[in-house]
Every structure is written in structure tokens, then in C-alpha cells.
Design a binder for this molecule. Structure first.
Ligand code: B3K
Ligand code: ZN
Length: 875
């Protein structure tokens, strides 16, 4: 397939400053008339052909400047339209008529039908499935869109921008016209037409303009949109206060649809959402669902400035909008909830998704230089590591210079399509700092590693930290350059408080941050009388891995005393991980797991420590997942041994803390009305972690009781998971699964939880169970949420099931990838990513996984999306 290269970027010879579209909608045959105002760039030669992108299009008619185009004036295929002899004038119009069949579109890119609602998805290259166009983000156009539809089928007609006109067309048809005054790239175009119900509100901006807000949902689901609306208003206010960004249109619309390839889409003034990230109430949504809705509503809203007003020059710059917008939504959630708790959750996500990517065959820089299929680059690296990089810019510059850099960026580039270099230049100018070495974070793939050892001399009061950085090789980048790594630290004294020092030499040390720029730094602190315990990468200041030569007693000390709550969590997490790794090795060697007493007693101490907020205690008590342990082990992975080790650790902790845990679990029972606020959610989270331990130590009864007594989904779903995962064969589990299914039979989003909990039951038998569930009436291979809930959950979160030693898990997932691939390449490619860690497995499983991948690769007809993923994974 064709490879696109960053260095090949060239501005287009033509611009399309204005675009008028008319849609005449029917499910089987929609007619799209697009009238493009084309402008040749002054420096382009007049004869230059104009080559427009298409994807599977049927051309019905073509006019140039209002007259039918001569047959020899153009060449049309489903995938391109070439105007071979464009008019000599600098400006001309093209009128293109295409015919689409939304009902047949199961790839969910371009114009499609979801539950009877017409909707669009254009990012990254879906607009070319609607009409021929210069479908690239640096072509900015003002859109005027007219939608015609049968009133009965689609009383609601929406597009980007502001509504300007609507009316009746007779014979049951009607129309609406929308105008978006802000020039935008085609990927931000959207249209929605259907029969939906509106939840309305209003927002008065800082400068006093009133914005009409609406969230559209299926009839009967209005009440479940209340939380999303509340989150939207908070996000709008926050962006004004924290970044000085005001909303710019008279209306802001959000539509929830049930068939959607990802989470949501930031189309200008018309965000389209996967309904999973809009709909919530206490009976159907968990606290995690509420938090995700808050974050994603905010994320898409924040794109209005970081993405829409200022967009990407080309798709290599994707992190320009995504990394930055993730950073902004992280900051928003941190302000709305608990900052340390949010930070720990972010780091857990980064390690679970981005680290394995960065350390495997699909590794790529935050700003990639090559792609075959851009949709495969909406990755944890671009999003999450991209956000970490922005966060480090703030650490390097300080809050004030960072804000000045952002202000400059908004000011200078509003209305433009720009690059990472443009972005970085704003921070260099605002701060006077040189970010040349720092920029490697965008250009170089791989997770940097820091090896640290320390020595203390009591007599001279000297404390020395020897730090060495290395970046492991990644595909197509064998040699790495040295990075600028901002490493936050503290020297913790015997009383648990941070010690001061007189001077620091050997690296730039400023505001508790060591700036590493060389391979080796020997950082020498003076005036340090007592031996400090060093706390490193506080707040996770840099996305690196770290090995510190430190006695285990130091880690235990930090787990009890570090004043940085992130690092305190990290110390305990590391202790748990090390314990699980050791136990897994013993189990593989035919021995029983053993754990240190001082580790087993710590959880009860923390659970009872009321100086810590409940959400924090819940995170501290959460054991590293099986895949976290596997990642730390690195190679020759045996998922069964890891699962057995983790179970043994959970049981040992549960037994040790049983009395305390039971008391706190009972005391945390909520009385009164449910509230999704962070504090209440934290108490539920703690209660649920304790339940997991109590069940491991004492059996299924308590979980069965919690399941029955629960008046909210958070406690109900957690109890169900404890039952299903710890006691898959028990009567209590069978009864709870049946009750859950009966209760939510008509609510597909909630049944997804039921699919997931069963897909993640550990062990050999789950493959067959998942196969059987695919025949359940609520399951559908064409709905991405269903596929992810059942197959995706099995492949990504069931280590012992997916990695079944005989390879049956791999074969099942590979077959399903191919079945999905037939209609939805994007979702299939995502699913195939679950194979990426195959080389780190023990030899038997490695060979089985390779065979399953090779079976996919051996297919003659593969989409670009899937072929790209499997070939890179196997390479
Ligand atoms: N920008 C969209 C993602 C589009 C994915 C296209 N394959 C959602 C977001 O990041 O906000
Ligand atoms: Zn985004």
C-alpha cells in the first residue's frame, strides 16, 4: 500500500474558500449536490489539474462554472475526480452531484444511518465518502448546508454553525439551511437528520452572549442527558476561566447516536457522540461512566479552540489538537474532582495503553513521520503521551509562561492550519527558553528509562544521585538521541517531611525538578545531614520508566510517608508489583506464593486512614492488573502464573485485613439519595475494592448481598464482577447474571456491562462462553459498542482467556476480526491491536499467536486499516 510521508507535505495548488451543499435524504438513495468555489493559488500554473479525493463515490453530474463538463474535461473513478483541464481563470465553480446509500454504510464513515437517524463521521477521511473534495485539513472552507428530508422520517435537521432558514417543501418533505461562518476543514463537517428529542439549556458567555444549548437523544431518554448537560456548562465556564476561551456560535448542539466507531466527534457546533458517553443515571451508569461523560463532553467542547479554530496542517500533526485537548480535559477533571486521584488514574491509563504501544511493534513518535492508514494513528501515543508532553512543557516553563505561550498560540494562529513547530515556537517566544532538545518528545518513539543510584555521606552532608538515561530502540529508529527529561523529586527526611539542601550541582535543579539533558548526571546536594529517602518522578513529571537502587524498606517508608500523594501511591504499587512478580516466578517453579508480612498489613492501615480521601484509598488498595505485572516482567510471559500470583496476593491481603475491611465496608454503605459527585464516588470505589478482598477471603455471600441491596449501578456492577470473576461456577453468580439480564433486557448500553463481565471471567472456558454470547439477541457484530463490550473486552482484559495455551483464544479473536473487517475495517483494525504483545509471551503461546496473526495476514482481500496493523505487528 501507499505510504504517506511527513516530508512530502506540499500545500495544495487550489483552495476552496466556500462550499454550498444540498442533501436530499433517503436511506437507499441520497443525492448530494456540492457547489465548490475553487481558487487557484497565485503561484500555481494555470494548467495544473485539480485532483479531488473520493472514496467509493458514484458521480451523477458535474458542472464547471454552471455548464455541464465536457467528457474530456475530467476523469472520474469512485476514488478520485480529476479536472484535467481546469478553467484558466483564478476562480471557478464546480458543481458535483453524487449518489449515496446511507442504509448500506456499515463502516460508519461518511453518511450513515444509526437506528434510523442519519448522521456523519468525517474525521479523518470520511468526507470523501460524501462528495469529491480536497479532503485534507489545510483546506478551510465556509459551509452553507441545505438538508431536505421527509418530515415524518426526520423532523430534526442539523448541521454545523447557525440555523438560517427552514420550511416546507410539500408532499411530506421539508428543509433546513445551516451556515457556519468559521472556515473549517472537511473533517469537521457534520449532518444529523432524524426523529430525536431535545434537552435544552442556555449558557451566557463571559462577554454576555447567550448560547442555546441542546443535547439530542432518543425519545424517552431525556432524563439521562442531564448530567452531560451539566458537564457541558461547567466545561464552557472552565475554558473561559482557565484559558480565556469563549464559545463563538449562537448554538451548540450535541447528538447521541448508538452506532459510532469511537467515543465522540468535535464537529464545529455539532458534536456527535457515542450514546455511551452521553446517557447516564444512577440506575444504569457507574461512577466511571459519569466521570467519562464529564471528561469526553469537555474534551469535544475544548476542541472548539484546540482543533477547530486552530487546526492541523496535515494528519501528521494530529497530536497538535489531540494531545493538547487531552491535556486540557485532564486539567478540567482535576479541577472538578481530586487532583492527585485524577493524576494516578491518568498514569494507570498511560501505562496500561501507551507503554505497551511504545514498547511493542506498533511504537511510533507522538508526531509520526509515516502512515499507511491515518485512522490507525488515533493512538494512546498521540493522545495520552501527547498530553504528557504538553504537561511537561508546563513543568519546564512554569504556569505563567505556559499560559502566556497558550495565549500567544491562540492569538497568532486563530483561523489557521498549523504544525507542532508553530506550537512550540509560541512557548519558546513566551518564555525565552530553547525547546530544541525538548522537541524530541514529539519526534522520537519509545519510553525513556532512568537508572538511579544514590549515596550519602553523613559527615560531609553530601547526597549524590547518579542518573543515567537511555531510550530503547523502536521500529525504524535504532539509535536515539538524548532527551530533556524534567524529573520532579524530593528528599524525604526521617520524620517524613521533605528536607532542604544548601546547593545542587551536576544538573539544572529548579523548583523541585532536575532537568536531565545528558546521558549521565551526577547530581550533588550539600547540607544534607541525615540520610534522605529519595522520592522520584513526583506527580509523574515525565512519562518514563525508572529503576531506583533503593532498599525495600525505603519503598515501604515512602508508601507510608511521601508527601507527594502520587509518589506515595507509586511506592505501594511498586511493592505490590514486585511481590506479584516474585510469586509468579515461584508458581512457575512449582512452589507456593509467599508474601512479606509488612506488605500484607499495609492495606488495612491505608483503608482505615481517614486523613486520606476515600477515592485515594481505593486506588492505593487496587492491585496492579495482570497485564501491568506482565509488562514489568518483560519477556517469557505466562499469563496463568501471573493470574495465580495476583489471586494469591489478593487472598492474602483479604485474610490479613478481613476484620478492618468488613467494618469499613459496612460503614460505607450509603444512605439517602445517590449523587455522582467525586466524594460520594470515592466512597463507593473504596467499598467496592474492599468487597473484592472480602470475597477473596470469605466467599460469595457478601457480594451476593451487595448485588441485591444495591440501589445504583456502581455497586451493582462491582458486586456482579466480584461474583462472576471470583466464583464463576457459584449459584449466586448464576442468579445475579440472570437477574441483571432480565432487568436490563431493553437497555443495550447496560447489557454491554453484562457482556463484558462474562467476557472477562478468567480461565479456559471463557472462549466458548463468548462464542455462545455472540448468538444472544442483544449482540450485533455491526454495532461497535457491542463488539468492544464482548470481543474487545475478552481480547484486551482477559489475560488467561485470550492467552489460552492451546491458542484457541487467538484463533477466535482472529476469526472475529475478519468477520468485522467485512463491514467495518476501523473497528476490526482496533481489535487486531490486542495481539501486539505477542513477542513477549512464552514460546508456546508466542507461536500460537503468530499463527493467528499470519492467518489474517494471509487473506487476499484486506482493508488498508487491518493490513497495516497486522503487517506492522508481525514485522
Ligand atoms: N477527533 C475525534 C476522533 C476521530 C477518530 C477518527 N478515526 C474524537 C476526539 O479525539 O475528540
Ligand atoms: Zn480529541
Amino acid at each position: 500500500g501507499q505510504v504517506f510521508r511527513l516530508e512530502d507535505y506540499r500545500a495544495s495548488d487550489y483552495r476552496i474558500p466556500e462550499l454550498e451543499m444540498t442533501f436530499r435524504l433517503t436511506a437507499e438513495e441520497t443525492r448530494v449536490t456540492a457547489r465548490l468555489q475553487v481558487e487557484r493559488r497565485a503561484d500555481a500554473t494555470p494548467q495544473t489539474p485539480l485532483l479531488l479525493d473520493g472514496d467509493g463515490l458514484v458521480l451523477e453530474a458535474l458542472e464547471i462554472d454552471g455548464a455541464p463538463a465536457a467528457p474530456d474535461a475530467y476523469e472520474a473513478t469512485p476514488d478520485s475526480l480529476k479536472i484535467t483541464r481546469p478553467p484558466q481563470r483564478e476562480r471557478f465553480t464546480l458543481t458535483i452531484v453524487t449518489r449515496l446509500a446511507p442504509a448500506d454504510n456499515k463502516a460508519l464513515m461518511g453518511l450513515y444511518l444509526s437506528n434510523g437517524v442519519y448522521c456523519t463521521q468525517c474525521e479523518a477521511e470520511g468526507f470523501r465518502r460524501i462528495t469529491y473534495f480536497l479532503d485534507r485539513p489545510d483546506i478551510l472552507s465556509v459551509y452553507r448546508v441545505r438538508i431536505e428530508a421527509r418530515r415524518e422520517e426526520a423532523p430534526l435537521l442539523l448541521s454545523n454553525g447557525n440555523p438560517v432558514e427552514s420550511g416546507d417543501l410539500g408532499e411530506g418533505w421539508h428543509y433546513a439551511v445551516w451556515h457556519d461562518p468559521f472556515p473549517k476543514p472537511s473533517y469537521l463537517f457534520a449532518l444529523v437528520a432524524g426523529d430525536l428529542s431535545a434537552v435544552r439549556d442556555r449558557f451566557v458567555t463571559a462577554s454576555g452572549r447567550t448560547v442555546a444549548l441542546a443535547i439530542y437523544v432518543e425519545h424517552g431518554k431525556e432524563e439521562r442527558a442531564a448530567y452531560a448537560m451539566d458537564a457541558l456548562k461547567r466545561a464552557m465556564r472552565w475554558d473561559e476561566e482557565r484559558f480565556g476561551r469563549e464559545y463563538d456560535l449562537n448554538v451548540f448542539n450535541i447528538v447521541a447516536v448508538s452506532d459510532f466507531n469511537m467515543g465522540a466527534m468535535e464537529n464545529k457546533g455539532l458534536n456527535i457522540f457515542n450514546d455511551k458517553y452521553v446517557l447516564a443515571d444512577p440506575d444504569t451508569a457507574t461512577d466511571t461512566d459519569f466521570a467519562n461523560i464529564e471528561a469526553i463532553i469537555a474534551h469535544e467542547y475544548f476542541h472548539n479552540w484546540t482543533g477547530n479554530r486552530i487546526t492541523c496542517r496535515d494528519w501528521f500533526q494530529l497530536c497538535l489538537k489531540e494531545g493538547l485537548t487531552v491535556f486540557r480535559d485532564h486539567e478540567f477533571s482535576a479541577d472538578q474532582r481530586s487532583r492527585p486521584v485524577k493524576r494516578i488514574a491518568e498514569v494507570r491509563t498511560l501505562r496500561a495503553h501507551q507503554f505497551p504501544e511504545d514498547q511493542g511493534p506498533l511504537a511510533h513518535p507522538v508526531r509520526p513521520r509515516r502512515y499507511r492508514e491515518i485512522n490507525n494513528f488515533y493512538t494512546a501515543t498521540v493522545y495520552e503521551k501527547g498530553s504528557e508532553v504538553v504537561r511537561m512543557i508546563r513543568t519546564v516553563l512554569g504556569e505563567d509562561a505556559f499560559r502566556a505561550g497558550m495565549d500567544l498560540y491562540f492569538d497568532r494562529h486563530d483561523g489557521q492550519a498549523v504544525t507542532i513547530e508553530d506550537f512550540l515556537a509560541c512557548f519558546e517566544e513566551a518564555s525565552g527558553k530553547d525547546l530544541a532538545q525538548f522537541a524530541l518528545w514529539y519526534h522520537q518513539a519509545g519510553t525513556p528509562h532512568l537508572a538511579v543510584s544514590t549515596r550519602h555521606d553523613a559527615e560531609s552532608g553530601e547526597f549524590v544521585m547518579d542518573i543515567e538515561q537511555s531510550v530503547p530502540p523502536t521500529p525504524s529508529e535504532a539509535r536515539k538521541r538524548l532527551m530533556h527529561i524534567p524529573l520532579a523529586f524530593g528528599l524525604v527526611g526521617p520524620d517524613g517531611r521533605d528536607m532542604t539542601y544548601q546547593s545542587a550541582e551536576g544538573a539544572e535543579v529548579e523548583d523541585g525538578v532536575i532537568h536531565l539533558r545528558k546521558r549521565r548526571h551526577s547530581v550533588r546536594f550539600t547540607g544534607v545531614r541525615a540520610r534522605p529517602v529519595v522520592s522520584l518522578n513526583r506527580g509523574f513529571s515525565a512519562p518514563v520508566t525508572l529503576s531506583v537502587e533503593q532498599p525495600r524498606s525505603d519503598r515501604l517508608f515512602l508508601a507510608r510517608h511521601d508527601s507527594d500523594l502520587f509518589s506515595r501511591w507509586e511506592a505501594l504499587n511498586t511493592l505490590f508489583t514486585e511481590a506479584a512478580i516474585e510469586a509468579a516466578a515461584r508458581i512457575r517453579g512449582g512452589k507456593a506464593a509467599e508474601f512479606e508480612a509488612d506488605l500484607l498489613s499495609m492495606p488495612a492501615e491505608i483503608a482505615a486512614d481517614e486523613s486520606l480521601e476515600a477515592a485515594y484509598r481505593a486506588l492505593a488498595l487496587t492491585l496492579p492488573g495482570e497485564s501491568d505485572v506482565a509488562r514489568e516482567m518483560g519477556t517469557n510471559i505466562d499469563p496463568d502464573a501471573i493470574a495465580a500470583a495476583r489471586d494469591a496476593l489478593r487472598t492474602a491481603i483479604g485474610r490479613q485485613g478481613q476484620a478492618t475491611f468488613a467494618e469499613i465496608h459496612a460503614a460505607l454503605q450509603q444512605h439517602g439519595r445517590f449523587s455522582p459527585d467525586a466524594e460520594s464516588a470515592g466512597r463507593r470505589a473504596l467499598r467496592n475494592v474492599l468487597l473484592d478482598y472480602l470475597a477473596a477471603a470469605g466467599g460469595p455471600e457478601l457480594a451476593a448481598r451487595q448485588f441485591q441491596a444495591a440501589d445504583n449501578m456502581t455497586e451493582r456492577a462491582a458486586a456482579l464482577a466480584v461474583l462472576a470473576h471470583q466464583f464463576p461456577e457459584s449459584e449466586q453468580t448464576r442468579a445475579a447474571l440472570a437477574a441483571f439480564e432480565a432487568r436490563y433486557r431493553d437497555n443495550p448500553l447496560v447489557l454491554d456491562k453484562w457482556f463484558t463481565v462474562q467476557a472477562t471471567v478468567p480461565g479456559q472456558g471463557t472462549v466458548d462462553r463468548v462464542r455462545a454470547l455472540m448468538a444472544h439477541p442483544a449482540f450485533s457484530l455491526t454495532n461497535p459498542n457491542r463488539v468492544r463490550a464482548l470481543i474487545g473486552a475478552f481480547a484486551s482484559f482477559n489475560q488467561t482467556g485470550f492467552h489460552r495455551a492451546d491458542g484457541e483464544g487467538y484463533r477466535f479473536v482472529a476469526d472475529t476480526v475478519l468477520a468485522v473487517e467485512a463491514h467495518n475495517p476501523q473497528v476490526a483494525a482496533r481489535l487486531a491491536v490486542s495481539f501486539r504483545a505477542w513477542r513477549s509471551l512464552e514460546p508456546g503461546r508466542r507461536e500460537e499467536a503468530r499463527k493467528a496473526l499470519a492467518a489474517i495476514a494471509g487473506q487476499k482481500q484486506l482493508s488498508r486499516d487491518l493490513r497495516d496493523i497486522v503487517e506492522r505487528t508481525l514485522a
